[in-house]
Write a protein that binds this ligand. Sequence first.
Ligand code: PGA
Length: 253
Amino acid sequence: MRKPIIAGNWKMNMTPSQGAALINEMKPLVADAKCDVVVCVPYVDIPAAAEALKGSNIGLGAQNMNFEPKGAFTGEISADMLKELGVQYVIIGHSERRAYYAETDETVNKKVKAALDAGFTPIVCVGESLEQREAGGWEKLIADQAKAALDGVCPMCVTKVVIAYEPIWAIGTGKTASDEQANEAIAIIRKAVSEVYGEKAEELRIQYGGSMNAKNAQGLMAQEQIDGGLIGGASLKAPDFSVIVAAASATVK
Ligand code: PGA
């Protein structure tokens, strides 16, 4: 019922020309996808990526945006700027941004609302650190992060949001959450959203992210609650990314 979505998060990798080359390699490999396919590229890669993506089934995303419409915010990028370049998706509140660039639940929430106002699909990241998981209470923590991110979002808009559950201990570490762990955490997030939005939570797409790759994608995608993946390292290799897309496509009836 929920269409899976596989999104690549290139992070700070790929120059514009390298990015265009990667997209050109990727396009034929994912042309038959039955799921949504997205690449979230560095800001300066966006024009070249948009050109390379023309006529393809791959959506274009950014990795961050400011929540203010414009003004004296040196170094920042607004929703309108991204929109004019053809951006459709934006990652919000990635754990690297929360850890290194002081993103909080409050700024994440402002960005989610600004992204929805601009007509984007926000991909909102939540997840616990290893210390938080081991200390206990991680279930409440991810539930609260999801609720805070969606605070004040109208029920009609909430199904447009994509949440990415990314346990911080699994990001870039090669340590994936087990299929069951990922499924359990995503069920917790969906339940938290249902406490506010009722049945709409069943329509919300929730991805897994954290060392998802060509080898483990099939097992993760077979889980009932997992609606796709946010892929870092493996999205930089077209063959690997396309295997993940195929694993998601295979779950579509
Ligand atoms: P990874 O990154 O796949 O390299 O672990 C995922 C992410 O941070 O979005």
